[in-house]
Each structure stands twice: as structure tokens, then as C-alpha cells.
Design a protein around this ligand. Structure first.
Ligand code: LLP
Length: 385
């Protein structure tokens, strides 16, 4: 809950904006570090979830690495002081320029998603007179039972290398002098609430690791990707994700050989609950028996509800009414899908009320846009207000 001082200061700031609670982020990172035993796990933060400098600064101070999916994400991580050796570069389509940049930056490893990509990295590495570390992103064909748009590890998805091609790749690698295979990588999807899926993944990871070992290669790590969910329904009660169960699944199931480590790439679970979208009511109206609250924030600031029909809790921070009404809470954009939530119960709301959209720290600011030539979204932090 926000106290009166915070709400009063929100009233004086031009809306919409993101408000990040740095105490929540610190507490989340502290709990992460306790649960992710560093003897076994290495955590890379999936910077795609939120690349805000203030957040990155805090994340870096807890010793995390970075999972990047574009040359610019690699660059941003380096600029923010992350150690190049702690950066992994993933992504289904990397340009030659991005590959060259990452090689010159001496990052830790490339997560490769096709045979052609491995060959291109080999060629570019040869020209640069270096050997590049790669990890194979394998598509294990496991249904992650999350939203179809954020499922990545089934045979219907574009991601990863068909796991049945592993033998061919191992044979190919023998002929590639500038590639060093150091890991295997999987990512089943995001916001995965059924942890049995991670049991299934562990089994496939173990079989693959053993097979590669029998082939004569001892991997340095098994990367199991991200996917740990947050509680969008009860964000205030459960603001810390279930790190302990998540890490225990892998601790229990993954068989490590020699000094191998488990890499995890967490995005949403680290930053999701520290971010809020704060917006002002522009107008209210009733049309064909429906009550609308029209906010000054829309899908340009938070696209998740429009894109995935995602639920975010919404609160009116300034209404003092104790009567309630059902509202559709919508944005100002010229798009019918510019809706945050339909038919939700809120206290009577009026022009100039301040609204809070909860759990927006992940995939909020990074997915914002300037559609309709809207201004770029600003951010404020709990230590400023
Ligand atoms: N590793 C890889 C290879 C990924 O593709 C992703 C997310 C992650 C790690 C981090 O996953 P997380 O811990 O955040 O679940 N925009 C969507 C989510 C897209 C996720 C993309 N990949 C949303 O707003 O729900």
C-alpha cells in the first residue's frame, strides 16, 4: 500500500509515469541470493524485462550476470558496469554486426539457435582470430502450460534447435575450429505456474548433458532459462516470488557432472513487482450502460493487457468513496484493444483521480512505444519521493 505522502506527491507529478519501489527490488534480490546457492547456480538477469538504469544498478550490486538478446542489450549491460564475462547473448536472429560486437566485447557465451548461426559465429571468430564459447539452445518440445504467446519450447515455436539434431551438431562441431561448446540452453516460456514442467525439463537436460559427456565434451553449464512466475492477482501479499521451490526443483533434479553449474535467466520474477504504472483519470463516461474510466496511460505505456489479455490489478489511489461501481478501465489510444481491464469493481471514480496499475516492472517500460506520437514514459523511484 502507498502511504498518503506518496499519493500526495503523485498528484503533483505529470502523469503517466512508472514508479519503482527500490525497497521491493532490494528485498527480492536479497531473497534470490539466499535461495540461489552460488555453489550450484549462476543467475543472469534477462535484461529484456526491464533495462532501466536505476534497476540495473541495483541488480549489478547483487552480483548477477546478464542475459541479452540484442547487441544493444549487450552494450547497455556493459555501459552499466556488468562484467563482460557475465554476459550471455541469446536470440534466434543475431546480425553479423551484433556477433562481431559481442566477440570484440569478450562476452561469456553465445546461446545459439540454429546450425547456420553456429557456422557464422565460427567464421566471424576465425576472422577475429578467437575461439568463441557457445551454448546450444535446444528446443525440447515441452508444453509449458502458460499463455500461448509466451510459450517458447514446443515444436510449434521458432526457438531453439530441434533436439533430435544434436548428433549432427556434435559431428559438425568437430570441424569448427573457432567454436568451443560450453553449455546447453533451454527456455520453455514465461510466467510458468506449473512447476512439474521444470521436472520434465530437468530429465531432458540430464539425458543431453550425459550424452554430450559420453561424446567427450564436459560442459561448463546447463542453462534452464527463465519462467518463474509472479502473482498478478495478489501482488501486495505475495510480492516475493517462490524462489525456494523454483531452485529446489532444479537442485533436486539436475545431475551435475564435475564442476558444472546451473544457469538461470530470470526476468519477470526479479523486477515485476517493484514497478507500478501511475496514471490520472482524464474522463469518466457512461455509454450503452457501461461505465468507462479513461486514463491518460494506455497500451503505449503498458501493452500486456492489449497484447496477451493479461491481468494487472488496478487501484484508485485517491477516491474516498465507499460506494462501488463496475468499470471498463481504458487508455486514450485510437485502438479498440487499448483496454486495461473490463468490468472491474472500483470505488466511484472521477476526473483527476490517480490510478495505480500494479505489477508492471517486467515487460512494461521495455515494451512501451511512441504510437500516436505519444511522449516517452518517465520513471520515478521510491528514494526520490
Ligand atoms: N531467457 C530467455 C531465452 C527468454 O526468452 C526469456 C523471456 C527469459 C529468459 C526471461 O523469462 P522470465 O524470467 O521473464 O519469464 N513480453 C512477455 C514475456 C516475454 C518473455 C520473453 N522471453 C510478457 O509481457 O509476458
Amino acid at each position: 500500500m502507498f502511504n498518503k505522502d506518496i499519493i500526495d506527491s503523485f498528484k503533483t507529478i505529470e502523469t503517466p509515469f512508472y514508479y519503482y519501489d527500490l525497497d521491493i527490488l532490494s528485498e527480492t534480490l536479497e531473497r534470490l541470493i539466499i535461495e540461489a546457492n552460488s555453489e550450484i547456480f549462476k543467475v543472469h538477469y534477462a535484461i529484456k524485462a526491464n533495462a532501466n538504469s536505476r534497476l540495473l544498478n541495483l541488480i549489478r550490486s547483487y552480483g548477477l550476470g546478464i542475459d541479452a538478446v540484442s547487441g544493444n542489450e549487450v552494450k547497455k549491460a556493459i555501459e552499466e558496469g556488468f562484467d563482460n564475462k557475465d554476459i550471455v547473448f541469446a536470440g534466434v536472429g543475431k546480425t553479423d554486426k551484433e556477433i562481431e560486437y559481442a566477440i570484440n566485447s569478450k562476452i561469456s557465451c553465445f546461446n545459439c539457435e540454429s546450425i547456420q548461426e553456429i557456422q557464422v559465429i565460427n567464421d566471424i571468430s576465425k576472422k577475429s582470430l578467437v575461439t568463441s564459447n557457445i551454448s546450444l539452445r535446444l528446443n525440447p518440445n515441452i508444453e509449458s502450460k502458460t499463455h500461448k504467446n509466451i510459450t517458447t519450447g514446443t515444436k510449434k515455436n521458432k526457438f531453439g534447435i530441434d533436439i533430435d539434431d544434436l548428433d549432427d551438431i556434435l559431428t559438425l562441431l568437430k570441424s569448427l575450429d573457432n567454436i568451443n561448446l560450453v553449455g546447453i540452453h533451454f527456455h520453455l516460456g514465461s510466467q510458468i505456474t506449473n512447476f512439474k514442467v521444470f521436472d520434465e525439463l530437468s530429465k531432458i537436460a540430464n539425458i543431453t548433458n550425459k550424452k554430450i559427456y559420453d561424446y567427450g565434451i564436459l560442459l561448463n553449464h546447463i542453462n534452464v532459462g527463465g519462467g518463474l512466475p509472479i502473482d498478478y492477482n495478489n501482488p501486495e501479499k505475495n510480492y516475493i516470488p517462490n524462489f525456494s521451490e523454483y531452485f529446489n526443483v532444479y537442485k533436486k533434479n539436475i545431475i551435475l557432472l564435475k564442476n558444472q553449474k546451473i544457469y538461470v535467466e530470470l526476468g519477470r520474477s526479479l523486477v515485476g513487482q517493484c514497478g507500478n504504472l501511475i496514471s490520472r483519470v482524464l474522463f469518466t463516461k457512461n455509454s450503452y450502460n457501461k461505465n468507462y474510466v479513461i486514463l491518460d496511460a494506455g497500451m503505449t505505456e503498458l501493452i500486456r493487457p492489449a497484447l496477451y489479455n493479461s491481468y494487472h490489478k488496478i487501484s484508485n489511489l485517491t477516491s474516498i468513496e465507499n460506494k462501488f461501481k463496475k468499470y471498463d478501465v481504458v487508455g486514450p489510444l485510437c485502438e479498440s484493444s487499448d483496454i486495461f481491464s473490463k468490468n472491474i469493481k472500483l470505488p466511484f471514480s472521477k476526473r483527476d483521480d490517480i490510478f495505480r496499475i500494479h505489477s508492471c516492472g517486467a515487460y512494461g517500460e521495455t515494451m512501451s512505444s511512441n504510437y500516436n506520437l505519444r511522449n516517452s514514459i518517465k520513471s520515478y523511484y521510491s528514494d526520490m519521493i
